[in-house]
Design a protein around this ligand. Structure first.
Ligand SMILES: NC(=O)c1ccc[n+]([C@@H]2O[C@H](COP(=O)([O-])OP(=O)(O)OC[C@H]3O[C@@H](n4cnc5c(N)ncnc54)[C@H](OP(=O)(O)O)[C@@H]3O)[C@@H](O)[C@H]2O)c1
Length: 361
C-alpha cells in the first residue's frame, strides 16, 4: 500500500510532539511536513522544539531536520504537499475553525485534536470503536464546504476517553440512565510538565476550564445518530462530572458511578467488557489495541503510572467494579491522555478513514 504524505500543524507542542513521534515510523503515513507558529517557522524541528521536548521517548531522527513551516502563512503550500494534516494548534477557537476549514477547502483532509469543530453538526466526532458510522456525514460536509476531497474529522475530549468506552457496551442492552463521574487528570493535558508547572508538585487543583461541560456533553454527540446529513445528539444518559487536575505527568483516571433501567449482574458487565471489540479491532488497524478494555481484578489497579501505557497507550484499563449504595455500580477507568486521548486517538481515526476510503485521492 502506498503511504499517504501527512503533515502535523502545531507539531512543536505537547500533542504535536506525540503526533510526530507516532507518525515518524507509521506503516501507512509518511510524515513530510511539520508546521507551527511564526516563532518556530524556518527553524529545524530540533531547533524549534529545543528543550520543550516532553516525551519519554527521544525525538525521532527523521523529524529532527525537517524545517518547520508556518501553519497559517504556508497553508496553500502545505495543502499541496501532503494528503492529510493532523491539527494540534493552540490558537483562539475562531482562528482554529478558520484554519482547519482553510485546509479542508484546499482539498486537504484534516484530522483534528482541537475542540473548535466538535459541535459543528456535519463534522464527525469519532472514537473509532464507538461511533465509526458517523463518518457518513462527510459527503454533506464536503457539499457545504464545496470540496471534492477535503473535510474535517475530529476526536473527542481526552477526559471522557476513559469512561465512555466502558459505558458504551452496557448502554443500550441495559438502558444506561444516570452517570456520575469524577476525573483525575494529568498535567500533560494542559500541555505542561512538572518543569513548566512546578506548582503542581504535591498539589491538586479542583478546576479545569471547560472540562466538566465537555465531559458531560460530548458523550451525547458520540452516542448520537446520523439523520438528514447531520449528527443528532443522544438525549440520555444524564451525566454529571467533576474534573480535577492531579500531580501525574500522563494518564487521566475516572471514578464512575452508573445506574441502569435493567440492572445487569457483575458477571454480565465483565462479559460485555471482555467481548467489546470495535471496527479498529475487526479491521486490524495499525494503532488499534488488540483488547480495547482490560479489566484488572486486583483492588489497587489500574494505577496511572503502571497501566497508562497498556497496548501502546491505546487500551483503556478498568477496575474495582462493585455495587454502590446510591447507584447500581461503581468502578474506575484509566486512559493515556496524550495517546488514546489525543494524538493516538487521532491517528487511529485517520487509519479508519483510510481503511474506509475517505482519504482516496
Ligand atoms: N495536551 C493534551 O492532552 C490535549 C488533549 C486534548 C486536546 N488538546 C488541545 O490540543 C491543542 C494543542 O494542545 P497542546 O497541549 O499540544 O498545546 P501546546 O503544547 O501549547 O502547543 C501549541 C501548538 O500550537 C502552535 N501555535 C500556537 N499559536 C499558533 C499560531 N498562531 N499559528 C500556528 N501555530 C500556533 C504552537 O507553535 P509554537 O511552538 O511555534 O508556538 C504549538 O505547536 C490545544 O487546543 C489543546 O486544547 C490537548
Amino acid at each position: 500500500m502506498e503511504k499517504l504524505k501527512v503533515g502535523v500543524i502545531g507539531g512543536t507542542g505537547m500533542v504535536g510532539q506525540r503526533f510526530v513521534s507516532l507518525l515518524a515510523e507509521h506503516p501507512w503515513f509518511d510524515l513530510t511536513v511539520i508546521a507551527a507558529s511564526g516563532r518556530s517557522a524556518g527553524k529545524t524541528y530540533e531547533q524549534a522544539v529545543g528543550t520543550r521536548w516532553a516525551l519519554e521517548v527521544p525525538m525521532p531522527e527523521k523529524a529532527k531536520a525537517i524545517v518547520v513551516k508556518n501553519a497559517v502563512d504556508d497553508m496553500a503550500a502545505i495543502a499541496a504537499e501532503v494528503d492529510l494534516v493532523f491539527s494540534a494548534v493552540d490558537m483562539k477557537t475562531d482562528e482554529i475553525r478558520a484554519l482547519e476549514e482553510g485546509y479542508a477547502k484546499l482539498e486537504c483532509p484534516v484530522v483534528s485534536n482541537n475542540s473548535a469543530h466538535r459541535w459543528t453538526p456535519d463534522v464527525p466526532m469519532v472514537v473509532p470503536e464507538i461511533n465509526p458510522e458517523h463518518l457518513a456525514v462527510i459527503p454533506a460536509q464536503r457539499k457545504r464546504l464545496g470540496t471534492r476531497r477535503g473535510f474535517i474529522a475530529v476526536k473527542s475530549n481526552c477526559s471522557l476517553q476513559s469512561y465512555v468506552p466502558a459505558l458504551h457496551p452496557l448502554k443500550d442492552e441495559f438502558g444506561l440512565e444516570k452517570v456520575l463521574v469524577c476525573t483525575y487528570q494529568a498535567i500533560s493535558g494542559a500541555g505542561k510538565t512538572f518543569e513548566t508547572w512546578p506548582e503542581m508538585a504535591d498539589n491538586v487543583i479542583p478546576y479545569i476550564g471547560g472540562e466538566e461541560e465537555k465531559s458531560e456533553q460530548e458523550p451525547m454527540k458520540l452516542w448520537g445518530h446520523v439523520e438528514n446529513d447531520r449528527i443528532v445528539n443522544a438525549s440520555a444518559p444524564s451525566i454529571t462530572a467533576q474534573c480535577l487536575r492531579v500531580p501525574a505527568s500522563n494518564g487521566h483516571m475516572a471514578a464512575v458511578f452508573a445506574s441502569f433501567a435493567k440492572k445487569p449482574s457483575k458477571e454480565e458487565i465483565l462479559a460485555r467488557w471482555t467481548a467489546f471489540s470495535g471496527k479498529p479491532q475487526q479491521l486490524a488497524l495499525p494503532s488499534a489495541p488488540k483488547q480495547f478494555l482490560h479489566y484488572f481484578e486486583e483492588d489497587n489497579r489500574p494505577q496511572t503510572k503502571l497501566d497508562r501505557n497498556l497496548e501502546g497507550g491505546m487500551a483503556v484499563s478498568v477496575g474495582r467494579l462493585r455495587p454502590d449504595t446510591q447507584y447500581d455500580y461503581k468502578f474506575v477507568c484509566l486512559s493515556h491522555n496524550t495517546l488514546r486521548g489525543a494524538a493516538g486517538g487521532a491517528v487511529l481515526l485517520a487509519e479508519l478513514l483510510r481503511a474506509e476510503g475517505w482519504l482516496d485521492k
